[in-house]
Design a protein around this ligand. Sequence first.
Ligand code: ZN
Length: 227
Amino acid sequence: MCRAFLYLASMEKPMIPGLDLPVRNIYCIGRNYAQHAKEMGSPVPKIPLVFLKPLGTICYNGDSISLPPQSNDIHFEAEIVVAISKTGKNISHGSTSEHIGGIGIGIDFTARDIQKIAKRQGHPWSIAKGFDGFAPISSFVTPDKVQDIDNLDIKLFQNGFVKQHGNSSEMIFPISNLINFLSQIYTLHPGDLIFTGTPEGVGPVNPGDKLEVLLDNGIQSLSVDIK
Ligand code: ZN
């Protein structure tokens, strides 16, 4: 294999910090907290609302995110993120924990103005959710470091002020349900990430902002700047 190819191959495969795995797919869940669905003026879904983000959205703790010129209203959405470490299809509720390799946090950046137009027109959210750098992720801890996956706190600070504070116990579809549901559609593979939805309090970012997200008071943290 020539060196240029190796270089390109590594460029195409962002890694999951803390786990020795390249990111494979980025599955995301919309409206998984009732209070967030309410603040968006959206109904609470009866089945999980699923969308995907492209690999180019992945970036890391300490990165600066450039706001794309196509939007004037880019929002943060802090989310608990699950990394899959074992291949599975039709994963039963009872065995979802065997497929979780790590827990982290991320921000599902969203161009709200573009998303609003897409919603109105019945179009997909791929552009609104998919700009480069729109999915910063923290390092991941292995599940044994987490006491209860269904009682995980998540907090987002914007310039030092708390803007979002949620807990996985408030999810409409808990993490095991999400893995069970997704795996009925997609074979899940090591390196797949699941952004599990955002609690209430989403809001716009401006150049110069500093965002910090904490998982359970600091077992993981993620900090990014807005350029
Ligand atoms: Zn989201």
